[in-house]
Design a protein around this ligand. Structure first.
Ligand code: ADP
Ligand code: ADP
Ligand code: ZN
Length: 215
């Protein structure tokens, strides 16, 4: 299964992608996580990306397109993959088409998660992220068993630099300007499915699985 999860910051892409990877044994390809790992490692790419990410802007298309092109060629992506947070611009979507064509692969589905702005702000301000494995939690909607500690790996939970209200508003504006055109882009390509992301996490998961099984 070759899938894109599309939706604004806080829509639940990462949360659902983690569940799908377990269910279907295919990797989650999150450009945000790959970039945060590069920032943490202090690579030249990470050093350049950090400022843009902390300000809530996008990293240049050629950087993320290169990351995804390389990642999709790794053998664990042969069975399929879940793209989370990529593409975010029409140029990225066009480049993805080219990469997939070169590998003789085709997207199966794009699932668009719809969540309103007020809920997104509440989700992102309460989000906590494992600094080791990247799993996301929410102080109210999806708390870890032990406060501040990741259930999956025991790592410390932190608040991301960009999950501050002012930066969140900037990211939502960037999404509206740069990423929403992808909804009609994939609708026209005949691969878009829409899902009500306002529901509780298990209900979103249930509906996502039935959409995918319906084929
Ligand atoms: P969220 O899950 O909250 O939507 P991500 O983890 O996907 O956030 O992304 C965090 C940041 O990393 C973005 O605000 C942006 O700066 C950068 N980033 C991630 N993916 C992309 C992309 N496809 N294009 C450009 N920048 C990206
Ligand atoms: P994205 O990857 O789209 O930015 P996340 O999956 O990180 O979004 O979710 C953002 C925050 O909202 C996290 O704190 C997560 O625990 C929480 N969350 C995810 N899905 C839901 C949901 N359906 N209802 C309430 N909170 C949710
Ligand atoms: Zn963890």
């Amino acid at each position: 299964m070759k899938l894109i999860l599309l939706g604004p910051p806080g829509a639940g892409k990462g949360t659902q992608a983690k569940m799908l990877t377990e269910r279907f044994a295919i990797p989650q390809v999150s450009t945000g996580e790959i970039l945060r790992a590069a920032v943490k490692d202090g690579t030249p790419m990470g050093q350049k990306a950090k400022e843009l990410m902390d300000a809530g802007g996008l990293v240049p298309d050629e950087v993320v397109v290169g990351i995804v092109r390389d990642r999709l060629q790794e053998t664990d992506c042969n069975k399929g993959f879940i793209l989370d947070g990529f593409p975010r611009t029409v140029a990225q979507a066009d480049a993805l088409q080219v990469s997939l064509q070169n590998m003789s692969k085709k997207l199966d589905r794009v699932i668009s998660l719809k969540v309103d702005a007020q809920a997104l702000i509440e989700r992102l301000t309460g989000r906590r992220t494992c600094k080791d494995c990247g799993r996301g939690y929410h102080v109210k909607f999806d708390p870890s068993r032990q406060a501040g500690v990741c259930d999956a790996c025991g790592g410390t939970l932190i608040q991301r630099n960009d999950d501050q209200e002012e930066t969140i508003r900037k990211r939502l504006q960037v999404y509206a300007d740069q990423t929403t055109p992808l909804i009609s882009y994939y609708q026209e390509a005949g691969v878009l499915l829409e899902l009500d992301g306002m529901q509780p996490i298990p209900q979103v998961q249930k509906e996502m699985l039935s959409l995918l099984q319906a084929g």
